[in-house]
Structure formats: C-alpha cells, structure tokens
Design a protein. Structure first.
Length: 238
C-alpha cells in the first residue's frame, strides 16, 4: 500500500512538471504571436489552454483520492496539499499566456507592440520562459537553493515591468489609447506570470523544509485582479 501511495505521489510530481512544460510553451508561443501578429499561433495558444486546465483537474482529483483513501500525515500530507496549490499556480500561468495571445488576436493584422517596445517585450517573454522552466526542475528535484534562485530571477521581470511603465509615462509616448491599454495589460500578464512561478518555488521550499513564508501565497485580491484584466478591451480607433 505504501509503495502504491508513493507511486501516486510520483505521478502528481510528474504531472506538475508537465504543467510547467505546457505553460512554458504557451508563453513562448504567445510572445511570438504578440510580436509577429500571428493570429493562427495566438489561436493555438488560446485553444491549448484546455490541456493545462484538464491536467490540473486530473491532478487535483488524484490528490483528493490520496487524501480520502490514504489519509497521509506529516511530509506526505504536506506533499499532497502543496501539490494542489502548485497546480493552481501553474494553471494561472497558462491563463496568463492565453491572455497575452488574446491581445495578439485582438489587434490582428497589426502588432499590439510598438517597434520601440519590442525588445522589452521579447525579453519579458524570455525571462518568463526561463523562470517556469526552472520551476519545473525545482519541482522535480525539490531543490531548495534553486527554488530560492527563482525569486532572484523574478527580479529581472520586475525590472523589465518597471522599464515598460517608464516608457508609457514618458513625454515621448504618443501612441493611441488602445496601445497604451494593450501594453499595460501585457506588462501585467508577464509580471504576474513571474509571481506565480515564485509562488511555486516558495511552496517547494515549504514542502522540503516545513518552513512557510508569509509571502508564499498569491493574495485573493491579486487573483481577482488577474481575472478582471482580460475583460478590459479597447477596440482599434477608426
């Protein structure tokens, strides 16, 4: 029974790593769709998000079964509960990649990103992909030091987010309202993507050490904010 239980826990871990792989692919393709105004690629990202959602549901159901049938305690209980929370974070990362793709689709056949901001957005996409890939490795290896490194890596995303808003607030910014809204939203999506990766990393630290960071939770207010942003749409001006 214990062997079967730990095999199921291994399945959960493997599923979480697969979710990070899917989220990484989604954000990479969403960034390309955004910069290249590739509506077909954007549609593929939007459509593929159901795969991440389905995998999260599968892992949560498996975790519920483990809780109900095996009644784990101590480290095993921490593993099951923490995994459910990590699956939620990674699922949100997939949603944020989908939101980026939706901006690309909304502005097609034009690119939503002005030429002078392309390098910043490209770098944000690269940082996002790097962070979530590291998150997958951290989950698989339960590497505490690598998990803590992710938080430092996310500082690069925060700096890019700050630079983006400096450009939006500068006197030289002369783009229409819909472009300002698009870039504001996109910047937020990338920044939140990084935050969820940090949350995953902190949960791994908690899983291994039992030490819980007060900052490890993404606040309920932030979750509502994530959901509210995609509803904001500004159609192109005539």
């Amino acid at each position: 029974m214990r062997k079967a239980f730990h095999e199921e826990l291994d399945r959960v871990t493997e599923g979480l790593v697969e979710m990070t792989r899917l989220a990484s692919s989604a954000m990479s393709r969403a960034t390309t769709a955004l910069l290249d105004a590739d509506v077909q690629l954007a549609e593929s990202v939007i459509g593929a998000d159901v795969e991440i959602d389905a995998l999260r549901e599968e892992l949560d159901l498996l975790s519920f079964d483990l809780l109900a049938l095996q009644q784990p305690v101590a480290t095993d209980l921490r593993m099951v509960v923490t995994s459910m929370r990590m699956s939620s974070d990674i699922e949100r990362m997939g949603d944020l990649a989908r939101h980026v793709a939706k901006v690309a689709r909304l502005r097609y056949p034009n690119s939503a990103v002005p030429a002078e901001l392309r390098s910043i957005i490209l770098e944000m996409g690269q940082v996002a992909e790097r962070i979530v890939t590291k998150a997958g490795s951290v989950i698989a290896a339960r590497d505490v030091e690598a998990a803590r490194q992710i938080e430092r890596d996310d500082d690069a995303m925060d700096e890019l987010h700050r630079r983006l808003f400096e450009r939006l607030a500068s006197d030289s910014w002369n783009h229409p309202a819909e472009t300002t809204v698009d870039i504001t939203l996109v910047g937020r999506y990338y920044e939140r993507f990084g935050d969820h990766a940090v949350s995953v990393a902190r949960r791994v630290v908690f899983l291994v050490t039992g030490a819980h960071s007060a900052e490890s939770e993404v606040s309920h207010e932030d979750e509502e904010d994530d959901e509210a942003f995609p509803e904001t749409k500004v159609e192109p001006t005539a």
